[in-house]
Design a binder for this molecule. Sequence first.
Ligand code: GLN
Length: 483
Amino acid sequence: MINSSLKQLSVALAARKISSVELTQLYLDRIAQHNPALNAYITVNPEMSLAQAKAADARIAAGQADTLTGIPFAQKDIFCAKGWLTTCGSKMLHNFVSPYDAHVISQFNEAGAVNLGKTNMDEFAMGSSNETSYYGPVKNPWDTQRVPGGSSGGTAAAVAARLCAAATGTDTGGSIRQPAALCGISGLKPTYGVCSRYGMIAFASSLDQAGPMGRSAEDLALMMNVMAGYDERDSTSLQRAKEDYARDLNKPLTGLRIGLPKEFFAEGMGSDVAKAVEAAIAEYKKLGATVVEISLPNSKLSVPVYYVLAPAEASSNLSRFDGVRYGYRAPEYADLTDMYEKSRAQGFGAEVKRRIMIGTYVLSHGYYDAYYIKAQRIRRLIAQDFVEAFKQCDVIMGPTSPSTAFKLGEKGDDPVQMYLSDIYTIAVNLAGLPGMSIPCGFGDNNMPVGLQIIGNYFEEARMLNVAHQYQLATDWHSRAPQP
Ligand code: GLN
């Protein structure tokens, strides 16, 4: 059961081979057994999960089931979920029980899905290793000495270790794709605006996007059918006709033009990663695709641009955490200003403080033009590179991450090394494009390697088709770590 696809689970539930309560209990038992070693979940609440499962069983019995009714999903702890502790990985929100549902959560609820629990993450989604979480690091289920990636590392570890059927993530600079790559699962960051950000705790609003993480492209398509959609409560939510993201899964890939950015295949990529990615491209040629070399000349500036813009937006977004409206308040203080200062000093971790300081600096009078405006200009050039590239190809492929999962603590005191983990993913967020990562082999130390697929705006269905055809021809996505 734990290796079944979402489609298989849906069929089994409809045929009453298993009930939602039984399936939910199965995962709760696995969480109880394996989570102490992995730390993938911050919160599990069996009572609430089983109540949802019971309701799902009633809905199935009444013949009113949707595809995902009764299936247990984990939710990244960045999504507000009514009645659930919602921490965003921070001490600042250690006691915040959300009074409302994020749009993504209410979409899952409407579909009759079961919320299995809230997954661990880097504090306020800032990180690439899950080591910045107030709740402690997540361990990679393939090797518990290694990181799962970040910031959606709890989700990635939970999916890989079969501690949920599938789960949600968010991606501001790579946080769905990089942990998916490092844990050997599939993940999709949709086009900016496709999934509502309402109730998703904000990091960098012009970049943040929710997306599905699961074991196969087919599973991601079914989740996208639930997660995507217009929501008037998010002013950047896009008003588009509802689409079936699974509609093109079975199309053949004959004639597909794959763009390979020469900048991605230059120095910086580990040789083990290069080998696996090249083998994947060879497989695509067998499936009928052709390859063209393309160039993304400004992509080398994406990391520095991101580390001006994302902290700038974060410094503004995080100003709301002041110890008054919700969250952590310092126990002792002299006056109001002291209370703000102490609450923020004690409530935020080191990486979050670093970003707030950088953001405040680049937005301050006298530096705004030199840093913030300049970065915005380069952001436009980076997006323009993709417009040019997509004149020559249908999808772009390359590595998701320069290396496989590194050891816990390995990049702890070097933030710049950590930031470079997202060198291949960040440009996609800056451009607002959809991107995904699928498993394509194993590198040194037998750790999973991810293949990144970048599509043009709103081409999610095509990307899922491209990924699904590869997954029909290979079995990397069905490999699982030993428990
Ligand atoms: N690793 C990047 C950062 O630390 C991206 C994080 C994300 O996508 N949320 O900001």
